[in-house]
Design a protein around this ligand. Structure first.
Ligand code: PHE
Ligand code: ZN
Length: 873
């Protein structure tokens, strides 16, 4: 980058000057010199406009308009694309030939090779790395694709849509022709060619269409695709029954590759996956891996309607497809598994990833107003907060009203590139409601803070609730407007039952759901008994931070009695957070016995599902506590949290041991939610017991035995997770054994790298450094980089070492990675941007590393954007 990269603004959107009706592509695949011929039916929309095509890292071979070859003087080529100043204003045929190098493409964007398999990744702007094209989602075309390749190396040739033709060529090559009848933006184009094994199955849609389902993987891995196939079929059925959406082609292909920048990609009828989200068997995948596979397979499938049939007008509208599709996959999981447990887990993720983003230098609304590199906006805000915004609409309208809105949205926009405003308009029109204030959620960044104060008048029996909200300032948005939100509440009587509440419909559209709209609102509930406790933001109905003061006793009461499972879990989290913050401030301060008592009660409560108990006894993370401090004290937080865990396990040791053995059930492994819940609870109990293991050889043995005797990866990895924090021979023996067992399984070795990187032991950084040279690590492979370097930067205790060694290590690695894969480097740089949260010494060291990154010549747009915003804001 010679000049400083400039930002693209949402307000500058203009409809395209050219439509491309059809695209005919011909690929002659060669590892280092693939020829790409493209033939475009171009329809000018703006007479006289120059034809500008995006292109990057391409070798241009020829340009032909209506059969006439252009001379170099007829067009201009630079590092961003190709411009043809004078084109006819009538429909024309444009033919372009380019050459690309798939093998040398380490950015993993465009056409690249992963373990010898050719594959493409075009979202958001990878198609321009294949051929010159108007690379924007509002240009939608019908594609016909011919692939030619060596037959022996590439028996499988795939693209979008239907296979029209295949056959042999000379020199051991063969070809296939694919045609996709649905117009699509180029970011949904995909091609795969290679030597792959396949799991084939079939799905019959509700209207009787037979769909061939295929999952392609490396040879030998077909047995590990069984669960993904099952998840795919369940997703297809669920979308019919819950959303009334049916699949629209006769085949659906998934390809798993080991080198992938993200989780997976929804290309029309040819989803490409990071193999982490496909491959599973009991020996190599944990319960969390199975759940991840189910969710991602569903997510990509659901994009067929919310993303592909209806796509985004421009990249500022990314949350139109991502927020909605995350909402849909979360609902799918909730219907398949435990709804409350899913809600708790989603809120944990939101708080761990999105809240910090919203409070930091990279804060942006779910519909951003500007970007330098769009790849940087595949964020927890666009995805997870985007989903929360959709969920609020769902909560306000109810399931029936929401589905009415969905039907109108599909009716109006099928086959189009739409906007977030159009989505909200469909929801509003279908239900004749006004969502104009609600739309501020799309334009304002920052997590709203809601303060609640309750007052009971014993004389009149009135309960008065005063609710105030503020949306905090964020970079570029100093002043905010109040937002509309549905806010779930409940009052509990002395027996722990819900007190019936009556209020005006405008204030409380549905029982227990307040309609918040103003900076300050007062709600009055008449003639109620004195409440023992108040339950707030039930179901996490709004993605906000709630500030309310309740005595510890009331919080313990909610932990035992709240009828809303989410709020019951939340009471424990908030109570624990208060105690931990107080302990950090004053290390001699004792923990409330009422909290410890409530944890014991939860552990004993056999009416609760195991997965819920596991969540409820797990204390808030160190990062969550850190987010609540003005100046983070990493060591203090670590010590306080361990002290509370130690006190809990000391008091309930017997119960933990019983819980552990009661939930250690013999029999074949099954990944279903109930069995996974039992394992989660058993491993949560073991985790508590491990607090005593430094002192007790017997407990170290117990953990080591679980490690070595486990018949499934969930239990094995859970034990290893505990052992990596306990110096000693068990630790070293287990790590060595794990490597031996799985030495040729890249996905499992990712866990091995990650567990060593998150260890709390003091020599962790040295270990991580030496692992950089281990054959299990590679800077070219995003999964490896995330498992080792990404995991280390999430290890607050060691990453934030006061001497700055963690920061320097981080910046060094990012400088190495940046030329190889700028997208992944940019995403992994974010932790340095949290400098404001730390003491002056750490602040200076973090900023110095950011400056060092920024000073690198020829910095990519991706890394430039994250580093510069992290320093400025
Ligand atoms: N659109 C993909 C998804 O959400 C994510 C993705 C973005 C994948 C960019 C690759 C590149 O499912
Ligand atoms: Zn998505």
């Amino acid at each position: 980058m010679t000049a400083q990269p400039t930002a693209i603004h949402r307000r500058d959107y203009r409809a395209p000057d050219f439509r491309i009706e059809t695209v005919e592509l011909e690929f002659d695949l060669q590892p280092e010199a693939t020829r790409v011929k493209s033939k475009l039916a171009v329809v000018p929309q703006t007479p006289g406009a120059p034809l500008k095509l995006d292109g990057e890292d391409l070798e241009l071979l020829s340009v032909v308009i209506d059969g006439r070859k252009l001379a170099p003087a007829d067009y201009k080529v630079d590092e961003h694309g190709l411009t043809i100043p004078a084109v006819p204003s009538v429909p024309l045929t444009l033919e372009i030939e380019t050459k690309v190098n798939p093998k040398g493409n380490t950015h993993l964007s465009g056409l690249y090779q992963s373990s010898g398999v050719y594959c493409t990744q075009c979202e958001a702007q990878g198609f321009r790395r294949i051929t010159y094209f108007p690379d924007r989602p509002d240009v939608m075309s019908i594609y016909r694709v011919t692939i030619r390749a060596d037959r022996k190396a590439n028996p499988v040739l795939l693209s979008n849509g239907n296979l029209l033709e295949e056959g042999s060529l000379s020199d051991g090559r063969h070809y296939a022709v694919w045609h996709d009848p649905f117009p699509k933006p180029c970011y949904l184009f995909a091609l795969v060619a290679g030597d792959l094994a396949v799991n084939e199955d079939e799905f019959v849609t509700r209207s009787g269409r037979k769909v061939a389902l295929r999952i392609f993987v490396e040879h030998g891995k077909v047995p590990r695709t069984v669960y993904a196939m099952d998840a795919l079929k369940r997703s297809m059925r669920w979308d019919e029954t819950r959303f009334d959406l049916e699949y629209d082609l006769d085949l659906f292909n998934i390809v798993a590759v080991s080198d992938f920048n993200m989780g997976a990609m929804e290309n029309k009828s040819l989803n490409v996956f990071n193999d982490k989200y496909i491959l599973a068997d009991p020996d190599t995948a944990t319960d969390a891996d199975y759940a991840g596979i189910e969710a991602v397979v569903a997510h990509e499938y659901f994009h067929n309607w919310t993303g592909n049939r209806i796509t985004c007008r421009d990249w500022f509208q990314l949350s139109l497809k991502e927020g909605l599709t995350v909402f849909r996959d979360q609902e799918f999981t909730s219907d398949m598994r435990s709804r409350p447990v899913k809600r708790i887990q989603d809120v944990r993720v939101l708080r761990a990833r999105q809240f910090p983003e919203d409070a930091g230098p990279l804060a942006h609304p779910i519909r951003p107003d500007s970007y330098i590199a769009i790849d940087n906006f595949y964020t927890p805000t666009v995805y997870e907060k985007g989903s929360e915004v959709i969920r609020m609409i769902h909560t306000m309208l109810g399931e029936a009203g929401f589905q009415k809105g969905m039907r109108l949205y599909v009716e109006r926009h099928d086959g189009e590139a739409a906007t977030c405003d159009q989505f909200v308009a469909a929801m509003a029109d279908a239900n004749t409601v006004d969502l104009s204030q609600f739309q501020r959620w799309y334009s304002q960044a920052g997590t709203p803070e809601v303060t609640v104060e309750g007052r009971y008048d014993a004389q009149s029996g009135d309960y008065e609730l005063t609710v105030t909200q503020i949306v905090p300032p964020t970079p570029g948005q100093p002043d905010k407007q109040p937002v509309q939100m549905p806010f779930g509440i409940g009052l509990l009587d002395a027996q722990g039952r819900d007190i019936a509440l009556k209020a005006e419909a405008a204030e409380m559209p549905r029982p227990g759901l307040l309609n918040l709209t103003a900076p300050k609102q007062t709600f009055r509930f008449k003639g109620v008994p004195e409440p023992k406790a108040i339950s707030l933001n039930r179901g996490f109905s709004a993605p906000v931070i709630v500030k309310a003061k309740q005595p510890g006793e009331a919080q313990a009461f909610l932990m035992a009695h709240d009828s809303d499972a989410f709020a019951r879990w939340e009471a424990g989290q908030q109570y624990a957070t208060e105690l931990l913050l107080a302990r950090v401030a004053d290390p001699s301060r004792p923990f409330d016995p009422a909290f410890i008592e409530a944890i014991g009660q939860t552990l004993r409560d056999d009416k609760l599902e195991q997965a819920f108990i596991a969540e409820a006894i797990t204390l808030p993370s160190e990062d969550y506590i850190a987010d609540r401090m003005a100046v983070v004290d990493v060591d203090g937080i670590h010590a306080a949290r361990r002290a509370l865990r130690l006190e809990i396990v000391s008091k309930y040791r017997k119960q933990f041991e019983e819980t552990y053995s009661r939930n250690t059930t013999p029999g074949a492994y099954s990944p279903d939610a109930a069995s996974a819940g039992r394992r989660a609870l058993k491993n949560a109990a073991l985790s508590y017991l491990s607090e005593l293991a430094d002192e007790e050889a017997g407990l170290r043995r117990l953990i080591f035995d679980q490690y070595s005797k486990a018949d499934n990866m969930t239990d094995r990895a859970a034990a290893l997770r505990l052992l990596v924090d306990i110096a000693g021979e068990e630790r070293e023996a287990a790590l060595a054994d794990f490597y031996q067992r799985f030495a040729d399984d890249a996905l499992v070795l990712d866990k091995w790298l990650m567990l060593q990187a998150i260890s709390s032991l003091p020599d962790t950084l040295d270990k991580v450094r030496s692992l950089l040279k281990h054959p299990a690590f590679s800077m070219q492979k995003p999964n490896k980089v995330r498992s080792l370097i990404g995991a280390f930067t999430a290890n607050a205790l060691r990453y934030h070492a006061a001497d700055g060694s963690g920061y320097a290590f981080h910046a060094d690695r990012m400088l190495e990675l940046e030329p190889i894969n700028p997208q992944v480097a940019a995403r992994l740089l974010a932790p340095l941007g949290r400098w404001r949260r730390f003491d002056a010494g750490r602040q200076e060291k973090m900023k110095a590393e950011l400056r060092r990154v920024l000073a690198k010549p020829n910095l990519s747009r991706d890394v430039y954007e994250i580093a510069s915003k992290s320093l400025e804001n």
